[in-house]
Ligand binder design. Structure first.
Ligand SMILES: Nc1ncnc2c1ncn2[C@@H]1O[C@H](COP(=O)(O)OP(=O)(O)OP(=O)(O)O)[C@@H](O)[C@H]1O
Ligand SMILES: [Mg+2]
Length: 275
C-alpha cells in the first residue's frame, strides 16, 4: 500500500503520528450555565504534516490549541504527542506555541528574547539538540536586528521573532494561533511565504489557526473546517497541491478550486449555525 493510500484509509502507522487528538470534550462555566465548546473532537496530525484549523469565531479553535498545548485540560478524551502525554511532551519542550500577539519582552533585545526559553529552562535542555538562536534569527531574516528591542522592529518582524523563538527547542510540534492576523495583507503574505520556506527545510507537525482561506490553502496539507455551538469538526479537506509552493500558485486552477471548496464548506457551517 502506498503512503497516500494509507493516509486516505486513515490508518497511519503509530510511529508516523505527531499529534493524536481523540474524542476531546471541553466545556466552560458552572453546572447550570455550562456550555460545551468542544464536542468530541478527533484529529491526527502526521509527523511533518501542516494542518490548518479554520472556522467561525467562537467555534473553539483556540480552545483546541490550548488543550493540545497542555495549557487547558479537556473534560474527557485524550491528546498524545508522538505517543506521549501532553504533560510529558511539554516537559521535554516538544511543543512550541506561537500565540496570537508576539508577546516579546520589551526590555530585552530580540536575541535575548529568542534565547530566553533556553535560559529559563535549563533542565529541559539536557541531552537535546538546541538550535542556535542567532542562526535561527538569521534564517528568519532577522540577523541584522538581533540587538534591537522589540519596539524598534515592525509588527511583521516582531511576529517573525516570536515564531523564531518557538523553534529554539526544535520542537516536534508547532502550534500557531493566527500568528499573522495583526499584519496588513502585504506583510502577511511575506511572512506566510517566509514561514513556508522555513518549514519546508524544518518539517514539523504544525497545527495552525487562521481565518484566511488562501493562507490555509497555501500552507497546509490538510484543512480542518470547524463548526460552532458546539465546536466540532465539520469537514477535512486535503490540499493536494505540489510542494514547494510559491506565490505563483495563488493563480493556479487547483488553488482556485480549493478556494471554492473551502469557502463552500465555511458557508455551510455558518448557515447551519443560523438555523
Ligand atoms: N476560559 C474560558 N472561560 C469561559 N469560556 C471560554 C473560555 N475560553 C473560551 N471560552 C468560550 O469558548 C468558546 C470558544 O472560544 P475560542 O477562543 O476557542 O474560539 P475561537 O474559535 O478561537 O474564536 P476566534 O476565531 O474568535 O479566535 C467561546 O464561546 C468562548 O467564549
Ligand atoms: Mg481564537
Amino acid at each position: 500500500m502506498s503512503v497516500s493510500s494509507f493516509a486516505h484509509a486513515n490508518a497511519v502507522h503509530p510511529d508516523d503520528v505527531g499529534v493524536q487528538v481523540s474524542n476531546v470534550v471541553k466545556s466552560f462555566g458552572a453546572d447550570d450555565t455550562r456550555t460545551t465548546v468542544l464536542n468530541g473532537v478527533s484529529l491526527s496530525i502526521k509527523k511533518g504534516e501542516f494542518v490548518s484549523l479554520i472556522g467561525p469565531s467562537g467555534c473553539g479553535k483556540s480552545t483546541l490549541l490550548k488543550v493540545v498545548a497542555g495549557l487547558s485540560e479537556a473534560d474527557s478524551g485524550s491528546v498524545t504527542i508522538k505517543g506521549k502525554s501532553v504533560r510529558e511532551a511539554s516537559r521535554h519542550k516538544a511543543i512550541g506555541l506561537v500565540p496570537q500577539s508576539p508577546a516579546l519582552l520589551p526590555w530585552r533585545t530580540i536575541l535575548e528574547n529568542v534565547s530566553l526559553p533556553i535560559k529559563i529552562n535549563p533542565s529541559a535542555n539536557a541531552g537535546r539538540a538546541l538550535r542556535d538562536p542567532r542562526e535561527i534569527l538569521e534564517s528568519f531574516g532577522l540577523g541584522h536586528a538581533i540587538n534591537k528591542y522589540p519596539a524598534q522592529l515592525s509588527g511583521g518582524m516582531q511576529q517573525r521573532a516570536a515564531i523564531a523563538r518557538a523553534f529554539v527547542f526544535d520542537p516536534e510540534i508547532l502550534l500557531m494561533d493566527e500568528p499573522f492576523s495583526a499584519l496588513d495583507e502585504m506583510n502577511r503574505d511575506q511572512q506566510r511565504m517566509g514561514l513556508l520556506d522555513f518549514w519546508q527545510s524544518n518539517r514539523k507537525s504544525v497545527l495552525f489557526v487562521t481565518h484566511s482561506v488562501p493562507e490555509a490553502i497555501m500552507l497546509s496539507d490538510r484543512i480542518v473546517v470547524m463548526a460552532a455551538h458546539p465546536g466540532r469538526i465539520a469537514e477535512v479537506i486535503d490540499v493536494d497541491l505540489p510542494r514547494p509552493r510559491s506565490e505563483a500558485m495563488y493563480a493556479s486552477d487547483g488553488f482556485r478550486d480549493l478556494e471554492t471548496r473551502v469557502r463552500a464548506s465555511l458557508r455551510q457551517v455558518m448557515e447551519a449555525a443560523r438555523v
